[in-house]
Write a protein that binds this ligand. Structure first.
Ligand code: SF4
Length: 476
């Protein structure tokens, strides 16, 4: 296929990164609006291969510039139905990254594209070449698509106008699963599309858990698995329910462990801390644990300032992605905020302490009324200390945990102190998230100091005790 185009087309380019100094133009991304949309249409509405450009084409854009961008495709075929729109749209990320010199990141309204200088030098001069290559890949890989046409837009006013309509379509897609729940179905759907970037990541899409990229819900997974059984979407038998609150199932464990190459041995779909779902890197939102307040903050791609933990989205993305179970970080899709099972293993909304004001506004219909005012935003707090004061003033539910944890820790410390040094357990000590207070080793009764451990994991390979006088005893 590559011979017809002035660039190579090959899956080996999927990991290609185009840095700022090597880019000819940037489209969408953090600084400009952009979106992609695929719609189903009837056979007589689509002219196969037709391309329409609205706004300046590649060579008319200023070198080094950042631009608005929209890619709108219409597809038709006997088997094509509306349910397939999301999964076909999500494959754009896959197929366009096959194009050498063209980098595609994210999805829906978050797309971020770069065209390289080298590709332009080699002869890439029009978005029509990109659109035609994309259509060819779609038709070759997804034979149920019989006809496809594309409209690309770089005109800022037109992008803005079309984006409003696209956002309505995305919202309608998201709303479809709200009356369906995990317990109502026997099958969940998996997705391994992002294993090209994160080889151990397996997304599990359920009625109560949209994919972390936000682009695939349970209906989308079902439609894709039916029409393209060899593709990256597949059915997962739930099996026996092991933990109803955490959302752990034998069938999900078996399938995900197998497809992750044994990276982990179990997952819980609605847990933040205990065997959480893995994250590839396409998440719309990152959740991050703040041990100082025993609460969870959430930050989305649009918020580029540091969160109260001092880290920005881009920094935390490195800790969250890669297909690992990263305790303390979790990637999710925006629609998961509206799930009745939203991190229910860990307290659900009662554990949420901070989120950017725009994100909070966007999901306000999913936030329980009694907690909404107790969740801080960047307009209230910017540091952990400010957040602590805010939560105390608002009597946020996590504040109760602070008192209980300190009391428990003090009881534990008292017990250790009473038992004496020889009573210390020798096995590995793994403390729960939060703060633990204990007396300093060797501290006697009275006086002494306290050591406060925050979010600590301690491995003890050897402990030696010595009596102050006379005979010596050793313990291992
Ligand atoms: S983030 Fe998950 S659901 Fe979305 S495309 Fe990647 S693997 Fe599939």
């Amino acid at each position: 296929m590559g011979e017809e185009f002035p660039f190579d087309i090959n899956p080996m380019y999927e990991g290609e990164r185009i840095r700022k100094k090597g880019m000819y133009v940037e489209l969408g991304g953090p600084d400009q609006p952009g979106f992609e949309l695929v719609r189903a249409a009837s056979m007589d509405e689509v002219e196969d291969g037709r391309f329409t450009m609205i706004g300046p084409d590649i060579l008319d854009l200023k070198e080094g510039s950042q631009n608005t961008y929209a890619m709108m495709f219409r597809m038709a075929g006997e088997l094509v139905e509306t349910d397939l729109e999301s999964v076909v749209e999500r494959r754009m990320h896959d197929f366009q990254n096959y194009i050498q010199g063209y980098m595609h990141l994210n999805q829906r309204y978050d797309i971020w594209v770069r065209v390289s200088k080298d590709a332009v030098k080699k002869g890439l001069k029009s978005f029509e070449q990109i659109a035609k290559a994309t259509i060819r890949l779609y038709k070759a890989e997804l034979p149920f698509i019989e006809k496809m046409e594309a409209t690309f837009i770089t005109d800022p006013d037109e992008v803005k106008k079309q984006l409003d309509g696209a956002m309505e379509i995305f919202a309608q897609r998201d709303a479809r699963t709200r009356d369906l729940h995990d317990e109502d179905v026997d099958l969940f759907y998996g997705c391994t599309l992002c294993q090209s970037f994160a080889p151990t990541n397996v997304c599990v899409v359920t009625p109560d858990r949209v994919s972390l990229c936000g682009a695939i819900n349970w209906f989308d997974g079902r439609a894709a698995a039916n029409v393209d059984p060899e593709g990256p979407n597949f059915a997962i038998e739930k099996g026996e329910c092991i933990d109803e609150i955490g959302g752990e199932y034998t069938g999900v464990n078996e399938k995900t462990v197998e497809l992750s190459g044994g990276e982990y041995d179990r997952i819980q779909l609605h847990s933040f801390f205990d065997a959480p779902h893995t994250s590839c890197g396409c998440f719309e939102v990152i959740g991050f644990y703040m041990p100082e307040v025993d609460g969870i903050g959430w930050v989305d791609r649009d918020y580029t300032e540091p969160s109260p933990n001092g880290l920005a989205f881009s920094t935390m993305a490195g800790n969250t992605g890669g297909g690992k179970q990263s305790i303390g970080f979790l990637g999710i899709g925006v629609e998961y905020f509206r799930s009745p099972k939203f991190i229910q293993k860990d307290g659900g909304w009662n554990r949420v302490v901070w989120m950017p004001s725009r994100l909070k506004e966007r999901v306000k219909d999913g936030i329980p009324a009694d907690i909404s005012d107790k969740i801080s935003t960047e307009n209230d707090t910017k540091t952990i200390d400010e957040l602590k004061e805010f939560l105390k003033a608002k009597d946020h539910p996590v504040v109760k945990n602070w008192i209980e944890e300190v009391e428990e820790a003090e009881e534990e410390a008292a017990a250790v102190s009473t038992a004496g040094g020889m009573g210390m357990p020798m096995q590995m000590q793994q403390f729960a998230p939060g703060q633990i207070m204990m007396p300093a080793m060797g501290g006697g009764s009275g006086g002494g100091i306290k050591i406060i451990l925050k979010n600590a994991k301690i491995t003890i390979s050897e402990v030696k005790f010595e009596e102050a006088e006379g005979s010596k005893k050793k313990g291992k």
